[in-house]
Design a protein around this ligand. Structure first.
Ligand code: SAH
Length: 259
């Protein structure tokens, strides 16, 4: 007598869609997207990535597209849970890497707390793609012995970063990669300038790895002027540090060298 097969464990795949260029998807990510029956998709995930989804898959956009407010986090978590418990193959597709900002950790914890198994598939995070797209190594034996990935946008005021302290760490020879920093540019610039020279090289890379990519090379002191002059905005990564020295020019449209 054969034993009855165990019902499949409800599972959600948290998948990194990378920075935008579909060629930067991992093979694992493509496989998970192809197998999905339900996909919950973040704002920053490019449409090109969704070409791998089955035609029959249900695709739910949970970002701020079309000027709508982003879907409340609790709703996203409930939807994932409901669909997984209903036996759907749920993929939560997130920009970059699921565990670098973007609340992947919170979603995994919430699902696990409800007994759902979570599989995480890495993606190339925006900071790595941004640096590579302008030809800058994030570490270099002569300039930087490490990298800090930080967000300019904390959950609330009490968790706000001390930019002076981060600047002091950067001065020890660490490259600073700042996500979600554009709206906080004035504050982070002021803090960093307490520890770093105004002439410290700084790059702004918007829409890294996509056809819409724009970038500018400036200095810490020139950050605000460059943002305004070039009209650069979110989604962008700021890179600060000596690894940028020697980059004579940046990828299109123009290199900007501020004082
Ligand atoms: N999990 C994502 C980050 C999510 S937070 C990752 O690993 O990349 C969202 C922020 O990421 C944006 O505000 C921006 O700072 C950055 N970002 C995401 N995609 C980007 C891109 N293609 N180019 C530049 N910055 C990007």
């Amino acid at each position: 007598m054969s034993a009855r097969p165990e019902p499949p464990v409800p599972t959600v795949w948290l998948v990194g869609a990378g920075p935008g260029d579909p060629e930067l998807l991992t093979l694992k990510a493509v496989r998970a997207i192809r197998a999905a029956t339900v996909l919950l998709v973040d704002d920053l995930v490019g449409d090109a990535v969704l070409r791998y989804a089955r035609r029959s898959a249900r695709i739910v956009h949970v970002g701020k597209r079309g000027g709508c407010r982003s879907t409340p986090q609790a709703f996203i978590e409930q939807l994932m849970l409901r669909e997984a418990l209903a036996g759907e193959r749920v993929v939560r597709l997130k920009g970059g890497d699921p565990f670098i900002f973007g609340r992947g950790g919170e979603e995994a914890a919430s699902l696990r707390a409800h007994g759902v198994h979570v599989e995480v598939v890495n993606g190339i995070t925006a900071g790595l793609a941004a640096a590579t797209s302008i030809g800058a190594p994030l570490t270099h034996r002569d300039h930087a012995h490490g990298v800090m990935l930080v967000t300019g946008h904390a959950k609330d005021e009490s968790t706000t970063l001390d930019w002076r302290v981060l600047g002091a760490a950067a001065a020890q020879g660490l490259t600073l990669v700042i996500y979600m920093g554009v709206s906080q540019a004035a504050r982070l610039q002021a803090g960093l300038l307490e520890a770093l020279p105004a002439g410290t090289p700084l790059a702004i890379v918007q829409h890294a790895s996509t056809a819409r990519q724009r970038s500018a090379l400036t200095t810490l002191g020139g950050l605000l002027d460059t943002l305004a002059r070039e009209g650069l905005g979110s989604p962008a990564v700021l890179i600060v540090g000596d690894v940028l020295r020697g980059l004579a020019q940046l990828s299109p449209p123009v290199a900007t060298q501020a004082a």
